[in-house]
Write a protein that binds this ligand. Structure first.
Ligand SMILES: [Zn+2]
Length: 184
């Protein structure tokens, strides 16, 4: 009967470790592994926090740069703007068919009341490929024609003039307009 190298108790034939020492060793290594996992998670959490804080710092600095530029433009007597966009439906005729739906300018009017001015549009278009089907013939379905460029919607490009007062009173709205342009 071999003896356990660790505690000197009976370990069983050809063994150097008793069951009790083996279980203890396994429990310790399991605990060490769990502890390691907790440490790794903690390190990852701290890293993510640091990255998030870095991003927040960079965003804050981007915003204060933008506000400094607004101030500088106003100091020089220029009119700074923020830009935004909204989408409207547009109706197009296609032979006897109509695609899209009539525009509703209610949103535009509402934005106009709040000082936004329409400065441009970008059409959103629709195209359709047409094919000829040669039933029973050798060529099957062949390219016939295509129609494209039907305007089914439009992006309205809007701008809002920024006054010195708005840098304080509308700070949140200005930051929201600038945020999509922050590159990280
Ligand atoms: Zn033992």
């Amino acid at each position: 009967m071999a003896l356990c190298l660790k505690c000197g108790m009976k370990a069983g034939a050809l063994r150097t470790e008793c069951d009790s020492c083996r279980l203890e060793r396994e429990a310790i290594s399991k605990a060490a592994l769990a502890e390691q996992q907790v440490r790794t998670q903690e390190v990852n959490r701290l890293r993510a926090e640091a990255a998030e804080k870095d991003r927040t710092d960079r965003f804050d600095s981007y915003i204060s740069d933008c506000f400094a530029e607004f101030e500088a433009a106003l100091d020089e007597g220029r009119d700074p703007y923020i830009y935004g966009s909204t989408v409207i439906n547009v109706e197009s005729s296609f032979g006897d068919n109509t695609v899209g739906s009539p525009p509703d300018f209610g949103t535009l009017q509402h934005l106009g009341i709040r000082g936004w001015e329409l400065v441009g549009t970008v059409p959103s278009t629709f195209g359709q490929a047409l094919t000829n089907i040669n039933a029973g013939g050798a060529f099957g379905e062949t390219w016939g024609a295509g129609v494209g460029g039907l305007v089914v919607g439009a992006y309205l490009i809007l701008r809002l003039r920024i006054t010195r007062q708005m840098l304080t009173t509308s700070r949140k709205m200005i930051i929201e307009a600038l945020e999509p342009h922050f590159l990280g």
